[in-house]
Design a protein around this ligand. Structure first.
Ligand code: GLU
Length: 294
């Protein structure tokens, strides 16, 4: 790969301050862009406005800057890009269809449980809204088992070869929610393409979404980036370290220690760093040794 052709990104949801778990993803994506001499962009994923905490986006950007991580371009904000998501929806044509089923109806259908724990959509409105129903959501039709595109494979740069059957492991998934907001899966694919992202480095909680995103990229005629999913930082009780379970904000009173803790979690040896400059050179060298050539 032409090293300079690299564009990476960090895409936090502003549902709270930057915490130790999201710093791991920020650091990994930043180091990967740096060792590939590429660009690193920050995008604020506030498409689910019901979860947005006022001021969190500015706080995250300021915290990243205080840790020396600056976006190499304008910070994209999803809530301002709804016209782009609408245009992508139009481009999808009949691959997308209105669905009038409630969550309860889908759960009661017992079609199966998707890999992310949700009930698999039974296909009730696939060929037109079922009688008596009004449209609630917009769904993407995934190919039937055995049809082209149904089995999605990709090589994850951390985890190795991956595959997912869209029909049996995911099902027709939501593109636009009942409350009118666009779904993350559509927004992220449109944004990654519009920002020219070549490499996605993010937490392994999103591994399960990758096949859906690759399938959407194909339908929209977008290139598929390379993927690297880093392990997830867990709290003491084995839950994902997240804003929802009260993860503490990064302590900007001790920036070097916060960076070193995130690096150590990624297996990068930086304990000899005595200031931020030496941290960045040790962390970059350690990341380069593992992922620079790939
Ligand atoms: N906004 C997502 C999150 O904060 C990340 C999405 C992505 O990196 O694709 O978990």
């Amino acid at each position: 790969m032409n090293r300079n052709a690299y564009t990476g990104r960090f895409a936090p949801s502003p549902s709270g301050p930057l915490h130790a778990g999201s710093l791991v993803a920020a650091l990994a994506s930043f180091l990967d862009a740096r060792v590939h001499e590429g660009r690193w962009l920050v995008r604020i994923e506030d498409i689910d406005e019901t979860r947005t905490v006022p001021g969190a986006a500015d706080g995250i950007v300021a915290t990243l800057a205080a840790l020396d991580m600056h976006s190499d371009g304008p910070v994209l904000v999803q809530s301002r890009r709804k016209a782009r998501y609408q245009a992508a929806r139009e481009q999808l044509g009949t691959h997308a269809y209105p669905c009038g089923c409630s969550r309860k109806e889908i759960a009661d259908s017992r079609t199966g449980i998707a890999s992310d724990g949700a009930a698999i959509y039974p296909g009730t409105c696939r060929h037109g809204l079922a009688p008596g129903k009004t449209a609630r959501t917009l769904r993407l039709r995934v190919p039937d088992a055995g049809m082209p595109g149904e089995l999605v494979r990709f090589d994850d740069r951390w985890l190795g070869p991956q595959q997912q059957h869209l029909a049996s492991e995911v099902g027709d998934f939501v593109l636009q929610r009942a409350d009118g907001f666009w779904a993350y899966q559509l927004a992220v694919v449109v944004d990654d393409a519009d920002q020219g992202i070549t490499d996605i480095v993010r937490g392994a909680d999103l591994l399960d979404s990758t096949a859906r995103q690759i399938y959407l990229q194909g339908l929209l005629g977008y290139p598929t980036p390379r993927y690297l999913h880093v392990p997830l930082l867990m709290n003491e009780v084995g839950e994902k370290f997240s804003k929802q379970n009260g993860a503490q904000a990064i302590d900007l009173g001790r920036p070097l220690q916060e960076l070193q803790r995130a690096a150590a979690f990624l297996g990068l040896e930086t304990s000899a760093a005595h200031d931020r400059e030496s941290f960045w050179s040790l962390a970059s060298a350690a990341w380069d040794a593992r992922f620079g050539g790939r």
